[in-house]
Design a protein. Structure first.
Lengths: 163, 251
């Protein structure tokens, strides 16, 4: 393996440990926030993309990424924010969706095709699996989540909105 | 293409988002219920996030080294280019909701069109903002229906709010010569093309809310040229205080 490829692999392994501070079971790889890692002239270039425009976790993710790269012995790096293509929940990995459910958060349903103004998403309860759920609020504990309640087990839960 | 025109265009979009975001943030601690406090705070967060990306791009276009903070916190009211609609005070809850409905019903299709326009950075910011605006419109629309089709009191307040804000809606569809040139180049969105969709959205929501669409009369304008209502100065006095008192403060 070339030096550049080895360096890239080391950076990738370090970045894979960086988690979303608000959903700490998801890594930035699961989330699709990490877009690319390239090595050029010995410098590691990491591209990340923001989830929601106002997501306050982005700055924390950037800092954690810096720390992770440094502790992997990588000093020469640049972290760049790319805006296009815009992040979508379609990029959430299957592993990410499984982790979300295990954490008590319903993963986004379907793909981000155009919604009707008042079309409701069919959300399944992450605890009991019932489809008999209702939305309590379009906006939940963070920008990316809505608040739901299961009519079967009566538990409230977060839903990771389709975006 | 004139770089100055694109700078002004981007700045105006940033100012709309920041001023409305700040207005919504004024509800924190005062919203009627906890869920609504979170909702208004989240919408504010989206808008302020959009404004940050737009200011950063505007600063790069201008090329004078102004960053997002310099543009947000160190310009005076006459340099702000936001719509008069978004600087209007929160009023009662109905007025805040009506303002959000009127604005979101416009920007949702606006961002969708801009995402397909020729400027790559604006298109990227728009692609994200479009999805956020869809949630804002749905949330505010649901509230408008609930208030309009609610009690006699909430119905009256919702109708008063729509009536009061209607004269500020004309400015969303007005364009100046500079913007017209950008539209001709496929960079800016022609707001006239959005009018039918905006009218349809409003007609649908108002009908469900049992509210009446006001007649189009005199429309207030001036925000896009830096001529504002007295309210913007008060917004800036609070929003800019820290950077004015301690320029360049960071933490």
């Amino acid at each position: 393996m070339s030096d550049a490829a080895a360096l890239r692999e080391r950076a990738m392994a370090a970045a894979a440990h960086v988690v979303d501070p608000e959903i700490p079971v998801l890594s930035i790889v699961d989330l699709g926030v990490l877009r690319a890692i390239e090595v050029e002239d010995g410098i590691v270039r990491v591209s990340i993309t923001p989830t929601y425009s106002g997501c306050p976790a982005m700055r924390t993710i950037e800092l954690s990424l810096e720390a992770a790269l440094r502790s992997a012995g990588i000093e020469q790096f640049r972290i760049e924010t790319v805006l296009a293509p815009a992040w979508t929940t379609d990029w959430l990995s299957d592993e990410g969706r499984r982790k979300l459910r295990a954490f008590g958060i319903a993963p986004p349903t379907g793909t981000t095709s155009r919604r009707a103004l008042f079309g409701a998403d069919a959300v399944t309860c992450p605890r009991c699996g019932s489809a008999d759920t209702e939305r309590l609020s379009e906006f939940g504990s963070t920008a990316c989540k809505a608040l739901y309640r299961c009519r079967q087990c009566r538990e409230p839960f977060d839903y990771f909105k389709c975006h | 293409m004139s770089a100055a025109a694109l700078f002004s265009y981007t700045l105006a979009l940033a100012d709309d988002a920041l001023v409305l975001g700040h207005r919504l943030s004024e509800w924190i601690g005062y919203a009627p219920v906890l869920e609504e406090e979170l909702a208004l705070g989240n919408i504010a967060l989206d808008l302020i996030g959009e404004s940050r990306a737009l200011y950063t791009y505007a600063g790069a276009l201008e090329g004078k080294g102004r960053d997002e903070d310099a543009l947000a916190y160190r310009r005076d009211a006459h340099e702000f280019l936001n719509l008069l609609l978004v600087e209007q005070p929160n009023g009662d809850f109905a007025l805040t909701i009506a303002r959000q409905v009127l604005f979101s019903a416009f920007v949702h299709p606006f961002w969708r069109e801009l995402a397909a326009a020729r400027d790559e950075t604006l298109a990227a910011i728009a692609a994200k903002a479009e999805k956020e605006a869809a949630y804002h419109l749905r949330h505010a629309g649901e509230w408008l229906i609930r208030l309009g089709d609610g009690t006699e009191e909430s119905h009256c307040r919702a109708q008063d709010a729509i009536d009061e804000l209607w004269p500020y809606t004309g400015e969303m569809f007005a364009i100046d010569d500079e913007t017209e040139a950008l539209i001709a180049e496929g960079i800016a969105v022609d707001p006239a093309r959005l009018r039918p969709e905006w009218e349809r959205t409003l007609a649908d929501l108002l009908a469900r809310a049992t509210l009446t669409r006001p007649a189009d009369g005199w429309m207030q304008q001036g925000g896009r040229r830096g001529r504002h209502s007295e309210h913007l100065g008060h917004v800036l006095a609070e929003m800019q205080f820290l950077q004015r008192a301690y320029p360049g403060a960071a933490w």
